[in-house]
Design a protein around this ligand. Structure first.
Ligand SMILES: [Zn+2]
Length: 145
C-alpha cells in the first residue's frame, strides 16, 4: 500500500476557488484522512474535498448504456415498413404455397409453412430467391426457372 499521508504532504483535492482539482498541501489530518488543505495554486485554506474523478466517469458510462433490445438497423426498419404496406394485400390475396420444387419470380406472393405469406423481392440466382416475410427477409431455394 501507499505510505500514510501526513501534514505537509502534497495531495490532489478539489478547490472551490480554482473550481478545479489542484495540488494541495495538507495542513491538518483527522486520523488517516486529510481535514484541511492549502491550495498550491491560489494559496487558499479550505476543508479537504476529494477529487471526484472516478464518480463522474461512472455516471457517464451508466448513461451511455442503453437497456433493452439492440438497435434495429435501417435495413430492418425499411423491411418492416414495407411489410406493413404489403401485409394486407398478401394476406387477402392469392398466394402459392412455397416449395423448393417451384420456380418463382419477382413480385410473386408465396405462402411458407413456417414464415407465412411473403413477397418475392428478388431472384438472386437461378435457384435462389429473396422473400420478405413478417419475420424479415429470407433467402430461400427454389427450382431453377
Ligand atoms: Zn485554489
Amino acid at each position: 500500500m501507499s505510505k500514510q499521508l501526513s501534514a505537509g504532504d502534497f495531495i490532489e483535492a478539489r478547490c472551490t476557488r480554482c473550481r478545479a482539482v489542484t495540488n494541495h498541501t495538507i495542513i491538518a489530518m483527522v486520523g488517516t484522512v486529510p481535514a484541511r488543505v492549502r491550495c498550491n495554486t491560489c494559496d487558499g485554506d479550505h476543508n479537504y474535498r476529494a477529487p471526484k474523478v472516478k464518480k463522474v466517469a461512472r455516471e457517464k458510462s451508466a448513461k451511455a448504456r442503453v437497456p433493452g433490445a439492440p438497435r434495429k438497423t435501417k435495413a430492418i426498419q425499411q423491411d418492416e415498413q414495407q411489410w406493413q404496406e404489403i401485409a394486407g394485400q398478401l394476406q387477402s390475396g392469392q398466394s402459392v404455397p412455397y416449395s423448393m420444387e417451384n420456380p418463382y419470380k419477382k413480385g410473386e406472393a408465396v405462402n411458407h409453412p413456417i414464415f407465412g405469406v411473403g413477397l418475392v423481392m428478388d431472384v438472386l440466382a437461378p435457384n435462389k430467391v429473396e422473400i420478405l416475410f413478417e419475420a424479415g427477409r429470407k433467402l430461400l431455394r427454389c427450382r431453377q426457372a
